[in-house]
Design a protein around this ligand. Sequence first.
Ligand SMILES: Nc1ncnc2c1ncn2[C@@H]1O[C@H](COP(=O)(O)OP(=O)(O)O)[C@@H](O)[C@H]1O
Ligand SMILES: O=C(CO)[C@@H](O)[C@H](O)COP(=O)(O)O
Length: 471
Amino acid sequence: MTLVAGVDSSTQSCKVVIRDAETGELIRQGRAPHPAGTEVHPSHWWSALLLAVEEAGGLDGVAAISVGGQQHGMVCLDDSGNVVRDALLWNDTRSAQAATDLTAELGGPQAWAEGVGSVPVASFTVTKLRWLAEHEPDNARRTAAVCLPHDWLTWRLLGALGSGTPFSVAGWSDAPLPPLDRLVTDRGDASGTGYWSPASGSYRTDLLKAAFGAVPLLPRVLGPAESVTAGTVLIGPGTGDNMAAALGVGARSGDVVVSLGTSGTVFAVAESPSADPTGAVAGFADATGRFLPLVCTLNAARVMDAAARIAGVTLDELGSLALQAPPGADGLTLVPYLEGERTPNRPTATGSVHGLTLATSTPAHLARAAIEGMLCGLADALDALALRPERVLLIGGAARSEAVRRIAPTVFGVPITVPPPAEYVADGAAYQAATLVATPSWQSGDTATYEGAAIPSIRDRYARATTHILD
Ligand SMILES: Nc1ncnc2c1ncn2[C@@H]1O[C@H](COP(=O)(O)OP(=O)(O)O)[C@@H](O)[C@H]1O
Ligand SMILES: O=C(CO)[C@@H](O)[C@H](O)COP(=O)(O)O
């Protein structure tokens, strides 16, 4: 049996799956948490990856490995390969002004959409680099190379696997750092930087220079079937976590995927690049050579975490409470801008609750309003994609909630297809690795369908509530 490993280094945790390359059978898996916060030293991701691999029983017998990772994070390295400062993550909004400035400097949103497929908001790496140049010029000067979270982990794996030291957490913690010119990335994750064009398939170093004042070394962009070799193991190009999820869930033409992780994302596989000048849809590339138009919100699964904390209940209890309240929660409406928001672009917005009465002041109403509010943001995202999907697939941590699955059709106004709970980002990375060493024939599990009549008043009230937001 040939084994492959897939890694999901996402916002809240690192997950590792080890699967049979031919059949996709899950052989073993592990996970480890990441620290909280929107700036994180990348060494925490490496430590979590090692712990997750240890829990998954090590890498013995693994012929190929790929890493899927949270998109956009700015990882700056000095000329020795050391990390210059904590990475700024996709949900760090301090570069919002830089995004506004960069948009104006290039001549407006249309020029960015045409140039790199997306209009930059604070999430995009290019805006973080402008922020660094303006606020930490010494760190900017020390930056010899810039890469993304999955690029950095791929590079650390290259050093560790290439050293020949057998896997152990202690043995790999301080694995040698390869030369900077061995950094690699893929087109999916590169498309979230703001200085790589999905349409032309090349870096826009002119945009990087204009934003940062210099062009540090950038990772080489590998094609979907390319790899690098470390010892006896092939390392795939990896990709961004959403691109890996698309691979893992087997998204096909006509599918729209709604992912409820730390971020809420709505995306589809497309044959041609997109360029939305409103900035709502990011025109990403995918991990197969195609494209992945995507809308992202900053507030998804953690809205439920927050509501459960307020109500003093577990997530399961929150779901049960939500199903006890009537649809629309008798008018209680929660706008979940708990981390600011990205779509719509409201980086300094805060959350709010509307429609409080004596009758709606119950934990059940709060639970329902939290889930409906989270889903309304994603329903707006689905509208922004402007597609007529054949299937809407629901994945990510919060898709495990029965209440979310049952409420989703009433908010989205379409039936929802729920694949079996799985780590689809790690699975997608593992699938990519499998294509390097086998001809994978992986079966997808049985899906469940959730139906329910649309209740337009939920979205109407939500739309009205979003016009009354405090920054
Ligand atoms: N049964 C559940 N009901 C609601 N939320 C859940 C459930 N299980 C996990 N979650 C939430 O899912 C989130 C993690 O999802 P995940 O997709 O792994 O996120 P990420 O990839 O961004 O780290 C956490 O906020 C967690 O509380
Ligand atoms: O910024 C985006 C997409 O553009 C986010 O989707 C990040 O990629 C983080 O993903 P999760 O940790 O929520 O999976």
